[in-house]
Design a protein. Structure first.
Length: 418
């Protein structure tokens, strides 16, 4: 299957799309590291990083909508250049000792200009597959692609902090911002100019063929904006936000736990246990039987995340934490894939990139919000209290599945009665 997919996009697409995703995975950590190290204020660093998340929440869906209309290439190029300039500007502010408000403003600009590389990689696949695969093979190809892209998301979010830390140690605490800026220009602009951009040219320029997942060619009817605010769209978006909240709460709690052991430097290693397991299991969802439907997968894997979070409370100490990380990783990766699959299936006509951007933005917002809230909880009550934030996010994820399932049953009853 992956050989056939490579023939559609070319083998060079895989490393290039990975490189395009990496800068943002570095940016939030680079902001936190640089601002806290230079100012000595975790509050200032947290506020700046939170504004990165807030800016992404605002701009992400708008950039997705612009890509749906005008094509990915111009949107990616301009956002990459603006984002690189904002990252470089924050580095300049820190070196010059600029006031706090200037640092906060740069954080917001970094978020507002963040290229939506992850969502545009997915939507490019979702436009290409129906054009290049027969109808009977398209669902399997889509499942394989979404599994692979979720695996690479996990990979870059584990790799990004590692690269940031290594650059900071080797070259200085502000240099990760410079490195992220250069990587944004190289990776995102390179991805924007890749020939596969022809599959997502935008309706203003006319689709290449009328066979895309939600594109009927130039001049075709496009779903109104209000279609993006239906429950069938917002529930998987809310689920993605809870996964982001789960990631942020887990990292904050694990960091605090490792600090009590005097081994804070090893936090990344233990967090990586979850990340690696999540990436492997996310990729494995491509081989799940179609009879194991998306709704059942959401239920099963989110319950697995909840069970893993319960182990944090039930089995204290490092061995229990390792087991919990493994179990949670096995659940959260497939849940991530499942939510993206559901979102792609229900995306309104002509709004695929917008929906993918909403999903990616929700993940970032959830993580930023969780980092701030869980950090405050841990400061007040210790790492064990942070574990309740982890379990709470998993519980809400299960509740969202139940609500989605109830709405699905009601829709099917209406269809039968019609």
């Amino acid at each position: 299957m992956f050989g056939a997919l490579a023939r559609v996009m070319g083998w060079g697409f895989f490393p290039l799309s990975l490189l395009a995703k990496l800068p943002y995975a570095m940016s939030v950590v680079a902001v936190m590291t640089s601002v806290s190290a230079v100012t000595g204020s975790y509050g200032q660093a947290g506020a700046t990083a939170a504004l990165v998340g807030a800016g992404t929440a605002v701009s992400g869906p708008l950039l997705g909508a612009a890509a749906d209309r005008f094509g990915q290439r111009p949107v990616l190029v301009w956002s990459a250049l603006a984002n690189a300039a904002a990252l470089a500007a924050l580095a300049l502010c820190l070196r010059a000792g600029a006031p706090a408000w200037a640092q906060l403003a740069m954080g917001l600009l970094i978020g507002l200009s963040a290229p939506q590389a992850s969502s545009m990689v997915r939507s490019r696949w979702l436009y290409a597959i129906p054009q290049r695969f027969p109808a009977e093979r398209a669902p399997a190809a889509t499942s394989a692609v979404l599994s692979y892209e979720s695996m690479t998301d996990e990979f870059v979010f584990v790799l990004g902090p590692v690269i940031t830390g290594a650059v900071a140690v080797a070259l200085g605490v502000v240099v990760p911002l410079d490195f992220a800026a250069l990587l944004t220009v190289a990776g995102v602009v390179g991805f924007a100019l890749h020939p596969s951009a022809r599959y997502a040219r935008g309706r203003e320029r006319g689709a290449q063929t009328p066979a895309g997942p939600d594109s009927a060619g130039a001049g075709a009817a496009v779903a109104p904006v209000r279609a993006l605010f239906s429950a069938r769209i917002l529930l998987p978006v809310a689920g993605m936000m809870m996964i982001g909240f789960f990631f942020g709460a887990t990292l904050a709690s694990l960091t605090a736990f490792m600090e009590t052991r005097g081994d804070a430097a090893a936090t990344g290693l233990y967090y990586g246990i979850m990340g690696i397991g999540s990436a492997i299991c996310a990729l494995g969802t491509a081989w799940l039987p179609r009879a194991f439907g998306l709704g059942a997968r959401w239920a099963a894997f989110s319950l697995l995340v909840l069970a893993g979070s319960a182990l944090l409370h039930a089995v204290p100490g490092l061995p229990g934490t390792v087991v919990a990380m493994i179990v949670m990783g096995c659940g959260v990766g497939p849940t991530l894939v499942t939510l993206f699959s559901i979102a792609s299936a229900v995306a309104p006509l002509g709004r695929t990139t917008t929906v993918m951007a909403m999903m990616s933005s929700a993940l970032v917002v959830g993580q930023a919000l969780s980092s701030a809230l869980t950090g405050a909880v841990i400061d007040a009550a210790g790492f064990a209290a942070g574990y309740w934030a982890v379990s709470g996010a998993a519980l809400v994820l299960v509740a969202l599945w139940a609500l989605n399932a109830a709405l699905g049953r009601r829709a099917r009853r209406r269809t039968r009665l019609a």
